[in-house]
Design a protein around this ligand. Structure first.
Ligand code: FE2
Ligand code: FE2
Length: 401
């Protein structure tokens, strides 16, 4: 896992950039104040880029998000966000090797002297994406039901999972449009939560589980009002949270009952192995890497992997823990009777504040209200490779190792 960048260092770099933008707006990009600041900005960014080879900032109106997490809103971050938003820039990414000419162009674009499209042609170390306009949104086909997936989309999802299974290179574009389709359906108040069900295939627990966690993440993200790009990344993060399971022996994943210490140790490696694997793949959102790493840490930080004190869990990791727990409870019946929605929500409420973020849990259960029973009733059959857990185990163990 890459080192977590010091948020203060990011804010310092933004402060310098904002000062240059303020001067450029007031005077011109050629003003000596601006010129004097360029080497300082470059130095700050170079320092950050030496620790993390790409820095992505999402722009959500007045806010900047870094690595999927909102940065504390300061007048500086606000200025930068507002200027970039006005140029229709939805995200901007800096790569190691950034030079002063590129910083100067960034300033000229931000104050409206040049077109952002230049980032595509003349700045190898800066790229950007546009703010999603309403028109763009309409071009995404909403997918509210499983049956609406085309053969090609299904094949793409399958290829994507085959690539994970084979530890091959992933092509994120294969699933991006499907995620966008589910997200669009939520936005139109259709409810793709019911698409969870038919995707279950008896022989492919991890495959269906991952898609379900993705849809449940999108349901949460939509209800929390996440901006489109972040919502999309949160969906991708759900799909990829368990990617590290490909490094765990299949027998361990399928094993019913308690694991031996040795098996448990291997199982506990899947978050860091997954994050490592995803880090080496192109175009995987940072938030998905972070989520793969953090999704078993628990809200009270009593989970794994162990991290230094003071570690702060990403919002998406906490959302994923909830989706993960729900899907695991829903699909793994106990030796006795399958659990119904009140029982599952009861256990989730018990876990709230310990394993799960209590606010997000409440929100999640509210989102599922009304549909919960239907979703659970249709999903109770046990997948071939999902371990059966006794009622006691369901209640005490983390339900989705
Ligand atoms: Fe996991
Ligand atoms: Fe999982």
């Amino acid at each position: 896992m890459k080192p977590i960048l010091d948020r203060q260092a990011i804010q310092d770099a933004l402060r310098q950039l904002s000062a240059a933008l303020a001067a450029a707006t007031l005077y011109s990009t050629e003003h000596q104040q601006v010129r004097a600041l360029v080497p300082q900005i470059l130095e700050s960014f170079a320092r950050l880029l030496s620790k993390q080879s790409e820095l992505t900032f999402l722009i959500v109106k007045k806010d900047l998000l870094f690595d999927g997490k909102p940065l504390e809103r300061t007048p500086h971050s606000e200025r930068i966000a507002r200027l970039l938003y006005a140029r229709n820039i939805g995200f901007i990414r800096f790569y190691e090797g950034l030079d002063s000419g590129e910083i100067e162009l960034l300033l000229r674009v931000a104050v409206g002297l040049e077109e952002a499209a230049l980032f595509n042609s003349v700045t190898p170390h800066i790229d950007y994406g546009e703010v999603d306009t309403h028109d763009d949104r309409e071009t995404v086909r909403p997918i509210a039901r499983f049956e609406q997936l085309t053969d090609e989309e299904l094949k793409n999802i399958r290829d994507f999972y085959d690539a994970i299974g084979d530890k091959d290179n992933l092509d994120i574009r294969e699933v991006s449009s499907v995620i966008a389709g589910f997200a669009a359906a939520f936005q139109q108040e259709a409810n793709p939560l019911l698409a969870l069900v038919p995707l279950r295939r008896e022989d492919e627990y991890t495959f269906t589980h991952s898609i379900n966690v993705s849809i449940l993440n999108l349901a949460q993200g939509t209800s929390l009002g996440l901006e489109e790009q972040l919502l999309h990344d949160v969906g991708i993060a759900g799909m990829l949270h368990d990617a590290g399971k490909i490094f765990v022996d299949k027998e361990i994943i399928r094993k019913p009952g308690q694991l031996t210490d040795e098996e448990w140790q291997q199982m506990q490696q899947h978050p860091s192995r997954g994050a490592q694997y995803l880090m080496n793949q192109e175009g995987i959102p940072q938030v998905a890497i972070c989520t793969a790493f953090e999704h078993h840490m628990r809200y009270d930080m009593a989970g794994y992997p162990k991290v230094p004190e003071g570690w702060q869990l990403n919002l998406c990791s906490q959302m994923t823990m909830i989706s993960d727990t729900f899907d695991a409870l829903r699909t793994r019946r106990s030796y006795k009777e399958p659990w119904d929605f009140p029982k599952i929500s009861g256990l989730m409420l018990k876990l709230a504040g310990k394993q799960l973020n209590p606010y997000l849990t409440m929100n999640f259960l509210k989102v599922l209200e009304g549909l919960g029973e239907q979703i659970i009733e249709s999903g109770i059959s046990l997948s071939a490779d999902a371990p059966e857990l006794s009622e006691a185990e369901l209640a005490t163990r983390h339900v989705c190792e």
